[in-house]
Every structure is written in structure tokens, then in C-alpha cells.
Design a protein around this ligand. Structure first.
Ligand code: NAD
Length: 491
């Protein structure tokens, strides 16, 4: 485990020498001390990133040259896949197979953006047809500059990949700050970048708290673009701070995503996708389908099967074989989710199953997977993100009501619909006010497809070619080709 910051291609102690505890959420044991970066370290990191961008020529490299480094990082991740997945479990608590999947996805993300970097070479400019034949014009894409990336703890390495890979592919340099709860694999990414011979200053990793290191990144005048994934309140603060310097921003924030199940759906498949939509990663997923709407005719049968299967989920240390639900990431998160369940009860909801600490667990931030029925439509449980393994379920009568209930949210990250009627599924998908829509499933995420939210769930899109655009500016170059004088002032 790394104990220093990765800045300008070097491993360095934080200027102020601070560190903070890394706690294993399964055992509550302190397993490491991570370096606590401050504004001083961020300043050094941003200056290194500036030099790498402004002087050392990272943006001037061809896409193919940058792709060589990206592919080497992908390979480095794959070579250490088991070790990285294990670190992810120790740091975040998720079951090992999930962590293994995340790490493979992170490697795939670097490969994918290597491909897009190469494609930048194939299409360096786009000719533009003008209405005046005396001029020609073309549009070119150029990297924005230095990116500051701030990421959450729910997919530590994968969230780093979602930002670092497209930024580097575009020709940006970057300062990355992982969440203070999960710094381990982000720091390992520094070691992998070093092995991949990434030039100094292109990727800098500063661990530390949001209010100190994170704040220093968003405040820094040397940062041209902020890429953030996390909570709404911090996203709002970033947007306000960025407005001062007109920094480019992309925000991936929270959600309270609906899952609409029609009567013609297969109940067994619906139950499995509902569970995958809310219990995967302990429900700590921004796109978790935490509001389930089931058509009246199958509501009772589906609820019965959902409770049966939810009770069967094996809970435990993510490193143990066969575990499907690990602990929540931290004591604070655990307490917040328990408090949300208690508040839901007070508001009138019924705990159909779960809702408490599982028996036999003295240590660790474990919580039984929870199904809530009858949460009032104006309650926090129905409207606000809980970010834990807690699903609210309600019946609906017809399609119009389902769409109205589904869209009645200030969020618009994701939505899912399940029906054997393809025409209806497409109609409902079109009616959802959300950036990500799943038909007959919930959560599968592909590097190739755009990711991001409507409404208060964010601004901009990650992944796919849209993720590359996040780090690119568009420049028009227009040429006067006529030999005739312009003739405005001088006739
Ligand atoms: P958070 O907003 O508290 O923290 C996210 C990151 O921001 C961390 O690195 C943190 O250190 C940093 N931060 C905190 N205060 C800051 C400040 N003042 N200035 C700069 N940086 C600051 O959120 P979290 O607790 O890490 O994650 C949970 C939230 O993230 C949930 O609400 C979830 O919906 C959201 N999330 C969204 C997505 C998405 O793709 N849309 C993905 C994961 C998580």
C-alpha cells in the first residue's frame, strides 16, 4: 500500500506531513495510513500538470502516442487485477467478485479511450461548408488543459478510470483526488502509470479530505476543467466556485431512480433485476433503482418473492467465498442509512424485511438488505437518496400513473422499465426524464455508452465518445481565400 502522494512522476510526502486512517469496513480495523494532501500539495501538483500540458508537450503528442501509455496502464491494471480487487474489498467492503469486475472494467476503460485517442489522429479536422465562397473553415478539437478530478468512494478505481482515461486520451493533464474513505487503489494507479512510463506531471494523485485537498483543486486558478462525481451539495458548491473562473465542469451527482414493472413481466426476472438494481455494491450506487413501481395485478406476488429472495442474500466479509452483500463503506454511511430507515418508519413506511444489523455481526458496518413498503410519496425515503441497500416499493394502476410517479423527482439519473410489450417499453423509455434508461434490466453499464443525468443528477456525460468530449474544446479555423480586397473601409 502506498503511503505517499504521486506528483510530477515522484512519490512525495505531503508538505505538511499529515496522514489519515484507512479503515476496513468489514472489521473496523485501521489497515493503513494514507497521506493527507493539503492546498500546498495541490498547488505543486497543478503546477506539474500545467508544465506537462503547457511546456512538455503531452497535448502535442499524437493520439496514437498517448494511446500507447493508456494501453500500458490497462495492461498494468490487468497484471495486478487480483491484488487491486483485494485492496478494493479491504478499503470499500464490496464483495470480491464485484471488485474483480470493477477492476476489469477499469482496465477496459483505459483500452477503450486508447482507441478513441487513436481515432483523433484519423479525424484531426472537420471541414465546414460556409455560405460565403471566399472563405474556407474547419473545426478542430483540442484538449481543454489541466483537469481536476474529484471522485467518490463507491467504485474507487473505476471512477478514477472514468476520469483519467478520457482526460489523458484527449491530451489533458490531470490532478486526481480520490475520496478520503478509499484512497488505496487510486494511489496504486500512480504506480501503474509510472510503470507505463507516463511522462511526469501528466497524472498527479493527491489524497486527502474534500474540504482541504478537494477544495484546493476547485479553487486553483491553474485548473481549467473540473470533473466531479459525488453528492449534490458538493456538486453545487463546485459549480458555484467554478463560475468564478468560468472553469469547464462536468458533474455526476445523485439519483433516486425508478424501476417500473408491468403486469406482463416475468416475476422471477423482475425480482432478480430489482435486487441487482438496489443491492449490488450495498446499494451505494448513484444509479441504483431505489424506487420500484409494480403494476397492481402482480404487486403482491412480486413483493412476496422479493422478500423471500432478499432474505437469502449472504452477508459477510467481501473476501469470503459466496458473499453477496458486504458492509457499508463507513460508520457514518451506516449510521445515515439506519437513520433513513428509522425516519421512513416514522413517516409511515413498513419494513417488509431487513432494516437492521444482521445477527452474529459484532464488528463491521453491516446492514440487512431492506424492503420498505408504503413509504408516503412525499417522504424522504421515497424522494431522497439513501445510498444503501434499501428499496421502496409501491403499486401503480396504469402506464400514465407509472410515468407520472417515475418522473416525479428532482433527480433524473437513471430509470428502468420491464414489460414483454416492446412497444410499451419503448414508449415508457421515451417518457422517462432520465439520462440512462434500462429496458428489462437495471444497472448494466458499458464503457461505450453515455453516462450522466438529467435535472439535478448532473451536467455533461461520461463514457463513450461523450466522455472524451468532456475534455476537449472546439476551435474553428477560418481562412479568407479570395485575392479580392475586403472592401469595407478601403474601397
Ligand atoms: P461527496 O460529495 O461527499 O464526496 C465526493 C468527493 O468530493 C470526495 O472525494 C470528497 O472528498 C470530495 N469533496 C467533499 N467536499 C468537497 C469540497 N468542499 N470541495 C471539493 N471536494 C469535496 O460524496 P460521497 O459521499 O463520496 O459519495 C456519495 C454521493 O456521490 C452520493 O450522493 C451518490 O449519488 C454520488 N455518486 C454519484 C455518481 C454518479 O455517477 N452520478 C457515482 C458515485 C456516487
Amino acid at each position: 500500500m502506498q503511503s505517499e502522494l504521486y506528483i510530477d512522476g515522484q512519490w512525495v510526502k505531503p508538505v505538511k506531513g499529515g496522514s489519515f486512517e484507512v479503515i476496513n469496513p468489514a472489521t473496523e480495523e485501521v489497515i493503513h495510513r494514507a497521506p493527507a494532501g493539503t492546498a500546498e500539495d495541490v498547488d505543486i501538483a497543478v503546477k506539474a500538470a500545467r508544465r506537462a500540458f503547457d511546456i512538455d508537450g503531452w497535448p502535442q503528442k499524437t493520439g496514437s502516442q498517448r494511446a500507447v501509455h493508456l494501453r500500458a496502464i490497462a495492461e498494468g491494471i490487468r497484471t495486478r487485477q487480483q491484488e487491486l480487487a483485494r485492496l478494493e474489498v479491504l478499503d470499500n467492503g464490496k464483495p470480491f467478485p464485484e471488485a474483480d469486475w470493477d477492476v476489469a472494467d477499469a482496465a477496459g476503460c483505459f483500452d477503450f479511450y486508447a482507441g478513441l485517442a487513436e481515432q483523433l489522429d484519423d479525424n484531426p479536422e472537420e471541414p465546414i461548408a460556409l455560405s460565403d465562397s471566399r472563405f474556407t473553415s474547419k473545426a478542430v478539437k483540442e484538449p481543454i488543459g489541466v483537469a481536476g478530478a474529484i471522485i467518490p468512494w463507491n467504485y474507487p478505481l473505476l471512477m478514477a478510470a472514468w476520469k483519467v482515461a478520457p482526460a489523458l486520451a484527449a491530451g489533458c493533464t490531470i490532478v486526481l483526488k480520490p475520496a478520503e474513505l478509499t484512497s488505496l487503489t487510486a494511489l496504486e494507479l500512480g504506480a501503474i502509470a509510472e510503470e507505463a512510463k507516463l511522462p511526469p506531471g501528466v497524472l498527479n494523485i493527491v489524497t486527502g479530505s474534500g474540504s482541504v485537498a478537494g477544495q484546493a483543486i476547485i479553487d486553483h486558478k491553474g485548473v481549467d476543467k473540473l470533473a466531479f462525481t459525488g453528492s449534490g451539495p458538493v456538486g453545487s458548491k463546485i459549480m458555484a466556485t467554478a463560475s468564478r473562473d468560468i472553469k469547464r465542469i462536468s458533474l455526476e451527482l445523485g439519483g433516486k431512480s425508478p424501476f417500473v414493472v408491468f403486469e406482463d413481466a416475468d416475476i422471477e426476472q423482475a425480482v432478480e433485476w430489482i435486487m441487482f438494481g438496489i443491492f449490488w455494491n450495498q446499494g451505494q450506487v448513484c444509479s441504483a433503482t431505489s424506487r420500484v413501481l409494480v403494476q397492481e395485478g402482480i404487486y403482491d406476488r412480486l413483493l412476496h418473492r422479493l422478500i423471500e429472495e432478499t432474505k437469502r442474500i449472504t452477508i459477510g466479509n467481501g473476501l469470503d467465498e459466496g458473499i453477496l452483500l458486504g458492509p457499508l463503506v463507513s460508520k457514518r454511511q451506516y449510521e445515515q442509512v439506519i437513520a433513513a430507515i428509522e425516519a421512513a418508519k416514522v413517516a409511515g413506511a413498513t419494513v417488509a424485511c431487513g432494516g437492521r444489523r444482521p445477527e452474529g455481526f459484532e464488528k463491521g458496518y453491516y446492514l440487512e438488505p431492506t424492503v420498505l413498503t408504503g413509504a408516503p410519496l412525499d417522504s424522504e425515503a421515497w424522494r431522497e437518496e439513501i445510498f444503501g441497500p434499501v428499496v421502496c416499493i409501491q403499486p401503480f394502476s396504469d402506464e400514465n400513473e407509472a410515468i407520472e410517479l417515475a418522473n416525479d423527482s428532482r433527480f433524473g439519473l437513471a430509470a428502468a422499465v420491464m414489460s414483454k410489450d416492446e412497444v410499451r417499453a419503448e414508449r415508457v423509455a421515451a417518457a422517462f426524464r432520465a439520462g440512462i434508461v434500462w429496458i428489462n434490466c437495471s444497472q448494466p453499464t458499458f464503457t461505450e455508452a453515455p453516462w450522466g443525468g438529467y435535472k439535478q443528477s448532473g451536467i455533461g456525460r461520461e463514457l463513450g465518445r461523450w466522455g472524451l468530449d468532456n475534455y476537449l474544446e472546439t476551435k474553428q479555423i477560418t481562412r479568407f481565400t479570395s485575392d479580392e480586397p475586403w472592401g469595407w473601409y478601403i474601397k
